[in-house]
Design a protein around this ligand. Structure first.
Ligand code: COA
Length: 703
């Protein structure tokens, strides 16, 4: 038996099967083998009258070992057979839950005869978030325990429920304040004393009342509307099987669907992102035990949309936060937006009024920047202007307490220049939040040339505590995300000048799964925002000498067509609904004529996708080459968590790998040959060319 991972010992007449597989007791092949062997020993020992299954460490089993799914020889069968044997035991089997019991962990618990949980336990079947379905009879046992409708909800959302909710649902039998193992032992003793008959979940039937007429058909129609996420359809079909078929037949249905979703491109991509997000938190070269600075009090300077959203992120997570604005009007405007946001959550039932009040009580508004003096970190969220941000940094350098971290929320500016202005650059870095900052998961953490490693590590940990996915970027124009977005927008505009319509471009890009094509996106964000960035960059000498560069957005800005807010941009708007804008067509024709660009009628969706996305991939490779991002997978996290890139594609780097880097390079070379390469737009990054020729993957690249 694999002693290190699973052990069986006896305490009196009770066997204790213990899993010890840090950090979260995931079911590695060794753990499964250990469980099988441990159960065999229990079965062979009649002196043991009951069995308790429990886990060491911070959690019960948090699921199948996701890494082991990459092994082509992976099979759920041995574990499923183990669960069948465990449940079939004629002696009571009690699960002792604590931490999280997720996926294969909850499936283990459901195969036990009794489930006792520590108060803070959370349970769930989150496989859908990895593009999978529970593959160890979770789709068959959960509906039998909680009814089809609730099982569908839990599996389609993948959400966790706490111990109390789990008990109300019937997933957990008992909540105990005792240590989980002691509670389970006590329960096993109690069961032995009473006239006990095994309660086997597989022998229950999903109550017909739990299946309102038409529920499954409706769920199926909704699932099929998301063909990129085949796990949704699979879950519905498995729940149908659980509700209508004997257990053994349902098991076969689940096995078929599981094999299908496990081999799907979607799940492969989503599993990549699971590990990518966790890898992004790790900073190469930094000791894991580096001393972190304590953060108790947070300051936010600037109460605009961004500042207000940032402040909300912190007060939501329990931080005392000071929000400073220069004028009383602006402060009041900012505060009323924050209050309105919370009130909306309360009226939608997402937040209790008490919790809203608790959060608001953590926010201290102020008109005096000296109130930031005792904050452990101050984030400035002023207007995007270098001189202004430098001036603020200088002031913060004077008023912040020694050792305080000073963060600048900029999306494009030179963090080093801002850091130097503070007079204490080691304490400065960039925190690029995305709007709305209280909602968007991504945070780009910009490491300045002089940023102290402890400051960087502190902010990465802080990001996690406010539920952000943080990715480190070096200093360059636009950091990782906006720098890549720039080449994407560049190609979108060139294609418009050459004859593609905004509608055609957006449709092509949305067919890949991006939430919104570039034209709709810029119309929403504001043409003025896009144009001003270009104009500023030009002033700083950062643009190519190409006279046709982003002329379209500048023209629209000049004409006051600022997008949704003025009713016209690339599109014309009735409310928020876009319709073709004849002016755009006329402007494109005029600009093409002015710059001698030939209009074409043969632009295909493939060309649009390749020119926008492959040039972005190429820029991503440059970002890696320059050491701006540590890993290819970090870039995937930036794009999926912050820019609406579809998780089923795994991010731009992963998508390029899947399409084949050789193919990507060939197409870039093709466009260099056909479109010309005067400004280096199609020059293939040497890193990309090398990885392609060596058969390596961009999404696995770590510099
Ligand atoms: N398989 C393999 N590794 C896993 C894992 C799993 N099911 N669940 C977590 N891990 C690893 C993480 O990769 C991370 O490893 P690292 O420290 O080397 O980066 C470590 O466990 C801790 O996970 P993390 O997510 O950073 O910790 P957390 O405390 O924030 O969250 C969980 C813990 C269990 C809630 C979270 O990890 C999770 O949701 N896991 C996936 C659960 C799941 O989907 N189960 C079904 C699988 S089919």
């Amino acid at each position: 038996m694999s002693q290190a991972v699973v052990t069986l010992r006896a305490e009196g007449a009770i066997g204790i099967l213990t899993i010890n597989n840090p950090p979260v007791n995931a079911l590695s092949p060794a753990a499964v083998q250990g469980l099988i062997e441990g159960l065999a020993v229990f079965e062979a020992n009649p002196a043991l009258k009951a069995l308790v299954v429990h886990c060491e460490g911070r959690s019960f089993v948090a699921g199948g070992d996701i890494a082991s799914f990459e092994d082509p020889a992976f099979s759920a069968t041995p574990y499923n057979q183990f669960l069948g044997r465990l449940e079939a035991s004629a002696r009571p089997v009690v699960a002792a839950l604590h931490g999280t019991a997720l996926g294969g962990g909850l499936e283990l618990a459901m195969a036990c005869h009794w489930r006792v949980a520590a108060p803070g336990t959370r349970v769930g079947l989150p496989e859908v978030k990895l593009g999978l379905i529970p593959g160890s009879l979770g789709t068959q046992r959960l509906p039998r325990l909680v009814g089809a409708e609730r099982a569908l909800d839990l599996m389609l959302s993948g959400r966790m429920v706490d111990a109390k909710q789990a008990q109300a649902l019937g997933v957990v039998d008992e909540i105990s304040e005792q240590p989980p193992l002691q509670a389970a032992l006590a329960r096993a003793q109690a069961l032995l004393k009473q006239d006990w008959a095994p309660r086997r979940t597989s022998e229950l039937t999903a109550a017909p009342a739990s299946l309102p007429a038409g529920l499954l058909d409706q769920a199926l129609a909704q699932a099929r509307a998301k063909p990129r996420y085949p796990a949704h359809e699979a879950i519905v079909e498995c729940v149908r099987a659980a509700s209508t078929l004997p257990f053994a037949q349902g098991e076969a249905v689940e096995a078929r669907w599981f094999a299908r979703v496990l081999s799907s491109d979607t799940s492969k991509a989503m599993r990549h992102l699971f590990f990518a997000e966790r890898a992004a938190e790790k900073i190469p070269g930094l000791p894991r035990d580096l001393a972190l600075r304590p953060i108790r009090k947070v300051g936010v300077l600037g109460a605009g949309t961004m500042g207000g959203g940032i402040a909300m992120s912190f007060i939501n997570a329990g931080f005392e936060t000071v929000l400073v604005e220069a004028s009383a009007d602006a402060l009041e405007r900012g505060l009323s937006t924050v209050r309105r946001n919370y009130d909306a959550s309360v009226s939608k039932g997402k937040l209790s009024a008490e919790e809203r009040d608790r959060r608001l009580a953590r926010l201290t508004p102020s008109l005096e920047d000296t109130d930031l003096g005792d904050c452990d970190i101050v984030i400035e969220a002023a207007f995007e202007n270098l001189a202004l941000k430098q001036q603020i940094a200088q002031r913060l350098g004077q008023i912040c307490k020694p050792g305080a971290i000073i963060a600048t929320n900029t999306s494009t500016l030179d963090v080093n220049a801002i850091a130097d202005a503070s007079g204490r650059p080691a304490n400065v870095l960039g925190m690029h939040f995305f709007s709305p900052a209280n909602v968007m998961r991504l945070l780009e953490v910009v490491r300045g040339a002089k940023t102290d490693p402890g400051v960087l590590a502190t902010v990465m940990k802080l990001a996690r505590s406010i539920a952000k996915v943080a990715v480190v970027s070096g200093v360059c124009y636009g950091f990782i995300g906006n720098r890549m977005a720039e080449v994407y927008m560049r190609e979108a505009e060139f294609l418009m000048l050459e004859g593609a319509t905004p509608g055609q471009i957006d449709k092509a890009i949305e067919s890949v799964g991006l939430a919104m094509g570039p034209c709709r996106m810029l119309d929403m964000a504001g043409i003025d925002v896009g144009a001003k960035t270009i104009i500023e960059r030009e002033k700083a000498g950062g643009l190519p000498t190409d006279p046709t560069y982003r002329v379209m957005v500048r023209k629209l800005f000049e004409l006051g067509q600022l997008g949704q807010k003025t009713g016209a941009g690339y599109y014309r708007y009735e409310g928020r609904t876009p319709a073709p804008n004849p002016d755009t067509q006329a402007i494109c024709e005029a600009l093409a004529k002015q710059y001698g660009i030939a209009r074409r009628s043969d632009i295909t969706d493939t060309e649009i996708i390749e020119r926008l996305l492959y040039s972005m991939v190429n820029e991503g490779a440059r970002i890696l080459e320059e050491g701006i991002a540590y890993r290819g997978s970090d870039i995937d996290v930036v794009w999926t968590a912050g820019y609406g890139f579809p998780d089923h594609q795994g991010g731009p780097m992963f998508m390029a790998d899947e399409r084949g880097l050789k193919h990507v390079v060939e197409r870039l070379d093709h466009y260099a040959a056909t479109r010309g390469n005067r400004f280096g737009y199609w020059t293939v990054s040497p890193l990309l060319r090398r990885l392609a020729s060596e058969g390596l993957r961009l999404s696995q690249y770590a510099g």
